[in-house]
Design a protein around this ligand. Structure first.
Ligand code: SF4
Length: 326
């Protein structure tokens, strides 16, 4: 048995990934490979909480897997698997749903944010309970750490509560997972809101250079810098945040030139778009390689699912033993 701690990380398959995914999650996942035992979950059941159309889930899962691989996830070290293919997720979710009150879930700020962002009129039972499914996702693999952005910390807290409740009610099976925050936890979208496909403010990891330039031209900047030579305030400018992330070598000169008015926003945006394109060049090349090999993707998902299922079955056997359901 490996002595490495276990990390469960996952995403909903909503298609091709964007820069926010890279900065908020993928870079971190790649760094964590080798230091921990990682499981990478394609949360396809979670996708149904906000979109009932399941027809695109498989292709979206494939697209997301290709992005993960292109970003450097090694499926030999870290199994990649679809939640819907491991039935133990739903079994543990059902048991966990008895261990938390509806009132506790209604207080969850992340669901409130989603309802607002997506204009959802009434929340379904499944949507309200998705942190419970998330707890099952994590604890099925006895995840000890969960890499998350700050907005997801309340969910990990719910997983901890459920683990405690289960252990005290039935017997010690689960660790209490801890959130593991990423350093650069969130990259805003081009309109300064959360970067999200549904908000139409993303740069995709697969976007070619001219598309990145085009999108960057739409990014909002310091509203007080109207003409090229007006002094700007980089600290309130979204484009400067992108420079800090993708053009750190020039951060200081960009900051000074913006403040003095030497640098105009058009040129500033062109330069950061160029840096982003350069960062994504190896990613696009790897993506093209995997895109032309759908059989390879199918096989690696099947292999990841076999490995995940094995671990999930061990956990459910322990759950059934302590609950005396055997
Ligand atoms: S020059 Fe650059 S950093 Fe300054 S306001 Fe314009 S886009 Fe932002």
């Amino acid at each position: 048995m490996s002595s490495l701690k276990t990390i469960l990380s996952g995403m909903r398959p909503t298609g091709k990934l964007h820069l926010g995914h890279l900065v908020g999650a993928l870079e971190n996942w790649v760094t964590l490979q080798g230091q921990y035992k990682n499981y990478h979950l394609i949360a396809d059941y979670h996708a149904l909480t906000t979109n009932l159309d399941s027809s695109g889930l498989y292709q979206n899962s494939v697209d997301m897997t290709i992005d993960w691989l292109a970003a450097g996830i090694d499926p030999e070290k870290s199994p990649i698997f679809r939640q819907s293919q491991i039935k133990e997720h739903t079994e543990l979710h059902l048991i966990f749903s008895m261990l938390i009150t509806a009132a506790r879930l209604e207080r969850n700020p992340a669901v409130k944010d989603q309802v607002r962002d997506l204009n959802i009129e009434s929340v379904t039972y499944g949507h309200l309970g998705y942190p419970v499914l998330q707890a099952a996702d994590i604890l099925l693999y006895r995840g000890e750490l969960v890499p998350v952005g700050e907005d997801q910390v309340p969910h990990v807290e719910i997983s901890r509560e459920i683990a405690r409740r289960f252990n005290s009610q039935y017997g010690e099976v689960f660790p209490e997972p801890e959130p593991k925050l990423t350093k650069f936890a969130r990259l805003p979208g081009l309109d300064a809101r959360r970067m999200s496909k549904s908000l139409g403010n993303t740069i995709l990891l697969s976007d070619p250079p001219d598309e990145i330039q085009r999108k960057m031209r739409t990014a909002i900047t310091d509203p007080q810098k109207i003409r090229k030579n007006d002094p700007g305030r980089p600290q309130v400018c979204l484009v400067f945040t992108y420079h800090q992330k993708f053009n750190a070598a020039e951060e200081q000169s960009i900051e000074a030139d913006c403040r003095s008015g030497v640098l105009g926003c058009v040129e500033c945006k062109r330069r950061v778009a160029e840096k982003i394109s350069a960062t994504l060049t190896p990613f696009r090349e790897k993506r093209a390689y995997y895109e032309s090999r759908p059989g390879e993707i199918r096989d690696l998902l099947a292999s990841g699912e076999r490995r995940a299922r094995e671990r999930a079955r061990q956990t459910m056997a322990d759950v059934r033993t302590v609950m005396k359901l055997g």
